[in-house]
Design a protein. Structure first.
Length: 174
């Protein structure tokens, strides 16, 4: 369904629309709650393109140049062999099609087989039920909560910490 490829400057225009859609950014990265003008989006996108310490990839529909989101790994630690997974599917017409789970599986493959990580973690907003289910289906295991760690839509809610370990991932491949 999807391909993960490098982003380029031509892809910024999709983010203008996505980052101004409250539903798209509801449970996404906190920075998305703060930026919405083309200038702010351009500035943020330039930092993504210049970032060599994290893995930032565009999510494209297979056999197409249609960008539907972006995903990757931040907080990469060569000492701890760990990182934090993130995903943002901005194109709402692609929601509910299993794309998030497919992207998660592809990122797990990159994390463990290409980057040599031992642990990949994420946090997900508790009300994001679809996200929680998708991550579990991809192999992530809940391991705790950050209480009232997120303020959205006028209320605090918990964030669930989930992770996959390399040995768990390798066992799931057999």
């Amino acid at each position: 369904m999807i391909e993960l490829k490098a982003l380029s400057r031509i892809h910024v225009s999709s983010f203008y629309e996505w980052l101004n859609d409250e539903e798209s950014i509801m449970y996404s990265l906190s920075i998305f709650q703060k930026i919405n003008s083309p200038t702010e989006v351009d500035r943020w996108f330039d930092t993504v393109l210049e970032d060599k310490t994290n893995l930032n990839l565009g999510i494209f529909l297979r056999n197409s140049n249609q960008l539907i989101g972006y995903a990757g790994i931040c907080s990469l630690s060569s000492l701890n062999k760990s990182g934090e997974y993130f995903i943002f599917i901005g194109d709402k017409s692609q929601w509910g099609k299993g794309i998030g789970c497919e992207v998660s599986r592809e990122i797990l493959k990159v994390a463990f087989l290409e980057k040599g990580l031992n642990r990949l973690m994420l946090t997900v907003s508790e009300p994001n039920i679809g996200g929680v289910k998708s991550y579990q289906k991809a192999g992530f295991t809940p391991e705790g909560k950050l209480r009232q760690a997120c303020f959205r839509d006028g209320a605090y809610h918990d964030k669930i910490i989930m992770s996959v370990l390399k040995d768990e991932y390798l066992k799931s491949m057999n």
